[in-house]
Design a protein around this ligand. Structure first.
Ligand code: HEC
Length: 106
């Protein structure tokens, strides 16, 4: 009985830490964007949370963000210039990360 309670507690702990990780940078983002971006602070580019706030009321947020990541360039943040596709993200990674960014501020 005690061991069952213990495993329930352990399971609850895993679920809670799973939620905490939900706002961590996805693996694709770490490898191909993380040099310049973080979720909640500016590095060489704006934080993904700030980008999400910018598009918060835009229902096409994910597709506009995806288009900008794909072509790169300047988007008015005054950080400079983003390389197209960051450090080599492919289309499906860009789709995934754009949706992830768009949903952050919701
Ligand atoms: C070499 C640095 C660098 C890398 C790598 C990089 N970015 Fe950026 N990114 C920037 C900079 C700089 C800007 C801001 C440009 C400006 O000043 O307007 C930016 C802007 C953005 C924006 C804002 C677009 C908008 O519409 O306002 C998004 C979204 C973004 N990056 C996503 C990504 C994603 C996703 C990746 C990885 C696939 C990535 N970036 C990789 C430098 C980088």
């Amino acid at each position: 009985m005690d061991s069952m309670v213990g495993s329930l507690i352990a399971t609850a702990g895993l679920i809670i830490s799973g939620f905490a990780l939900a706002v961590d940078m996805p693996a694709e983002g770490k490898a191909k964007c993380g040099t310049c971006h973080a979720i909640d602070k500016n590095i060489f580019g704006p934080s993904f949370m700030a980008v999400s706030e910018k598009y918060k009321d835009d229902k096409d947020a994910a597709s506009k963000i995806a288009a900008n990541i794909t072509v790169g360039g300047s988007f008015g943040w005054l950080f400079g210039y983003m390389p197209a596709r960051g450090l080599g993200a492919n289309d499906s990674e860009i789709q995934f990360l754009s949706k992830f960014i768009a949903d952050l501020a919701k």
